[in-house]
Design a protein around this ligand. Structure first.
Ligand SMILES: *Cc1c(COP(=O)(O)O)cnc(C)c1O
Length: 344
């Protein structure tokens, strides 16, 4: 019998559960471009209540939510500051320069996170007219390229204070903020208070097929509706998809703990494999590891693929596995067995 594939490429590969699908099928819908889809309105209210923000807006993707936030906070020729690993800089097709005409100044942080002190030296003096105007700081929690690392909340507060002193907007790319909240037992409201805008993905660990949210003040969200339309993201009877998001927020948040536990077990097994040189610290559902010198990444990936296990290369000799809703304990056991069997 052919074994089912184990896909550890990303937490975006999950398919809606039966229960989620039936919620979607039963959703009450309307035309969201006319702000008359009751399920979308319900989802937006639900998330803004959780985070204690005035308002929220539903987006087809996290990229569009982030790019809308950048557009909200900047004018062409401005500069934003982010970590060199950040998604907005690396994985959004250069959107910051295309949509908003802004450049990114990169901080050389640690696992996608930087210190308030590093930020201080990066902010341009507004009187120096020949320098791009610093307007926005973007942080990512958890960090994606940084291996699911969680920020220290106090550091985020120190950065907030610097933003205030320098009149900079503060955006959180919270694609996986729920992984951080669960891992560190934090209150979403403490994040809602801190940032001018927050983007959140429903289609990662939360297991919805599509959807992201942007959270902010009522005034910013009113402007964001126009920008979303400008970007082609005005949607019609999209309550069917918002229903998946509501279901995910009700049923798939606490279970992120299981993903984190399985990632930790995987990390231990990888650490003891004689293919692997080093596993980065594991805080949530992402495991990044490096193979030993002389071990060919492609051969390792192909070996696992023969056993129906998929993972992805992150470049620079790093590999990544991500645990998720469609990866259970039986599959974990299979991966552990295969790792033993392919010892060199
Ligand atoms: C996935 C992700 C996004 C958004 O990605 P989409 O595929 O456009 O939904 C943004 N930031 C981070 C850190 C991500 O991991």
């Amino acid at each position: 019998m052919k074994k089912t594939e184990i896909n550890l490429i990303s937490d975006t590969i999950t398919r809606p559960t039966k229960e989620m699908l039936s919620c979607m099928m039963e959703a009450e819908v309307g035309d969201d471009v006319f702000n008359s889809d009751p399920t979308v309105i319900q989802l937006q209210k639900k998330i803004s209540t959780m985070f204690g923000t005035e308002s929220a807006l539903f987006f087809p993707s996290g990229t569009m939510a982030n790019q809308t936030a950048i557009k909200l906070h900047t004018q062409p020729s401005d500069q934003l500051i982010c970590d060199k690993y950040s998604h907005v800089y690396n994985y959004e097709s250069g959107g910051a320069s295309f949509h908003s005409g802004v450049s990114c100044k990169l901080i050389d942080g640690n696992r996608g996170m930087f210190k308030a002190d590093q930020l201080k030296g990066m902010i341009h003096d507004p009187d120096k007219y020949y320098l791009p105007t610093t307007r926005l700081v973007v942080v990512e929690n958890t960090t994606n390229k940084g291996g699911g690392a969680c920020w220290d909340y106090e550091e985020l507060v120190r950065i907030k204070n610097i933003c205030e002193e320098n009149n900079l907007s503060y955006h959180l790319d919270g694609a996986r903020i729920f992984n951080a909240l669960v891992a560190k037992n934090e209150d979403p409201k403490s994040y809602g208070n801190l940032f001018d805008t927050i983007s959140i993905c429903l289609s990662k660990g939360l297991g919805a097929p599509i959807g992201s949210l942007l959270l902010s003040s009522e005034e910013n969200i009113q402007r964001a509706i126009r920008i979303r339309k400008l970007f082609g993201g005005g949607m019609r009877q999209v309550g069917y998809l918002a229903a998946a998001g509501i279901y995910a927020l009700d049923h798939h948040v606490e279970r992120l703990k299981e993903d984190h536990e399985r990632a930790a077990v995987l990390g231990k097994a990888l650490e003891s494999s004689n293919w692997v040189d080093k596993v980065e610290p594991i805080e949530t559902n992402i495991v990044i590891f490096q193979l030993k010198e002389g071990c060919d990444e492609n051969i390792f990936i192909q070996l696992l693929e023969k056993h129906q296990i998929k993972m992805i290369s992150m470049g620079e000799g790093k590999l990544r596995v991500v645990t998720h809703l469609d990866f259970n304990d039986q599959m974990l056991d299979r991966v552990l067995n295969v790792l033993k069997r392919i010892e060199r």
